[in-house]
Design a protein around this ligand. Structure first.
Ligand SMILES: Nc1nc2c(c(=O)[nH]1)N[C@H]1C(S)=C(S)[C@@H](COP(=O)(O)O)O[C@H]1N2
Ligand SMILES: [Mo]
Length: 365
């Protein structure tokens, strides 16, 4: 565990770069508070901006009028400000469930958050810049120095199809939960690209380069944020040439009122369960829970999302037949009927898109 300033105790994944995961039971809030948000950095954390209002972002490349805007201008209302609850999930969330182990932070289910973000739609900025017909992809840049300190190298610089950049919920955000964005989460301005790998939500944003081809920055190509189109043998080598970029994240659920290893008093026969579930660009249709290793399942109650891309609360009760050892298994199903698989599927060298059913052990008596 690690105790960072202004944070709840988080699970330390690495100090250089600084990475910390939220324990699953801290994901109970419908709107994740700053102190409970996971931290994912690829490079160094930059110094806090001395005057956030003068911080500049640039939109250039395949546009007719390159745009330079300060955070002060973004706040001014020249472009409509919108507020949305948006889930942000690392592409490697759930990586620790892959076997054999893959490289990268060994996240459990806690590299996810759903904060309330305020910002302008990237779509409005692209329109103001005069997006050209030839503009097909974005390329993102941030102010965080590379771990080596080499100013020529980017800590991370990913990009996406312009269709996703034009989604009405893809934001250039300047506030989180009604406050200025905390330094660790990208102050004073960041992209929020909900439902797709968190790496597309560039922190400390400085530039969006509109390109006529897929971006080739740090974290693009090969096996980075890419998954097999044709499943490969777990543990095999592959250069990822015929992989595809991971886009919408797969369906997943967390159990937030009970932690793995909980002991309950003897004679407990009913167990209340509660959590959150989400499914990338889709919504969640159902969550089921089992206490007999998946032999039988009970359907839980499902709340609708507060807005598109917000995670959804689930809750319900299961009956315990006796004292003893049980496991709570919980499984979400998305709006297309696709469920979390029983084992982490589509193994890939860097471990993206793992969303297997989770299990929490409990002991009654
Ligand atoms: N500039 C910059 N933006 C970044 C990163 C980074 O290292 N540098 N990490 C990305 C990754 S991989 C994720 S999952 C999210 C994590 O956001 P958070 O730290 O605010 O939770 O930020 C993304 N944006
Ligand atoms: Mo990530």
């Amino acid at each position: 565990m690690i105790q960072l300033e202004g944070k709840a105790p988080l699970i330390l994944q690495g100090e250089r770069p600084l990475n910390a995961e939220t324990p699953e039971t801290l994901l109970d809030d419908d709107v994740t508070p700053a102190e409970k948000m996971f931290v994912r950095n690829n490079g160094q954390v930059p110094a806090a901006p001395s005057d956030p209002r003068t911080w500049k972002i640039r939109i250039d490349g395949e546009v007719s009028q390159p745009l330079e805007l300060t955070v002060g201008e973004l706040e001014s209302g020249r472009f409509p400000l919108v507020t949305r609850r948006l889930q942000l999930e690392c592409g490697g969330n759930g990586r620790s469930f892959y076997s054999p182990e893959t490289r990268g932070n060994q996240w459990g289910n806690g590299a996810v958050s759903c904060a309330e973000w305020t910002g302008v739609r990237l779509r409005d900025l692209l329109q103001a810049a005069g997006l050209k017909e030839s503009g097909k992809f974005t390329g993102h840049y941030g102010a965080d120095p590379h771990l080596s300190g080499d100013p020529e190298r980017q800590a991370i610089s990913r990009g996406m199809r312009v269709e996703k950049a034009q989604d009405e919920d893809t934001l250039v955000a300047i506030r989180m939960n009604g406050q200025p964005i905390p330094l660790l989460h990208g102050a004073p301005v960041r992209l929020i690209t909900p439902g797709w790998p968190g790496s597309l939500s560039q922190k400390w944003l400085t530039r969006i380069w509109i390109r006529d081809r897929l971006h080739d920055g740090q974290g693009m190509g090969g096996t980075s944020y890419r998954v097999p189109v044709r499943p490969i043998v777990p543990g095999s080598r592959n250069d990822g040439r015929d992989f595809r970029d991971l886009e919408s994240m797969p369906v997943r659920s967390v159990l937030t009122n009970l932690s793995h290893g909980t002991r309950l008093p003897a004679g407990t026969r009913e167990l209340d369960l509660r959590g959150q579930a989400w499914a990338g660009d889709k919504t969640v249709r159902a969550v089921h829970a089992s206490i007999d290793f998946g032999a039988t399942w009970r359907e839980m109650r499902m709340d609708p999302p507060a807005n598109r891309y917000a995670w959804q609360r689930w809750s319900g009760r299961v009956d315990l037949p006796s004292d003893g050892y049980f496991e709570v298994w919980y499984r979400a199903t998305d709006s297309d009927g696709v469920m979390q698989p029983h084992a982490a599927a589509n193994w890939n060298p860097q471990g993206y898109g793992s969303n297997a059913v989770s299990r929490a052990a409990i002991l009654v008596g």
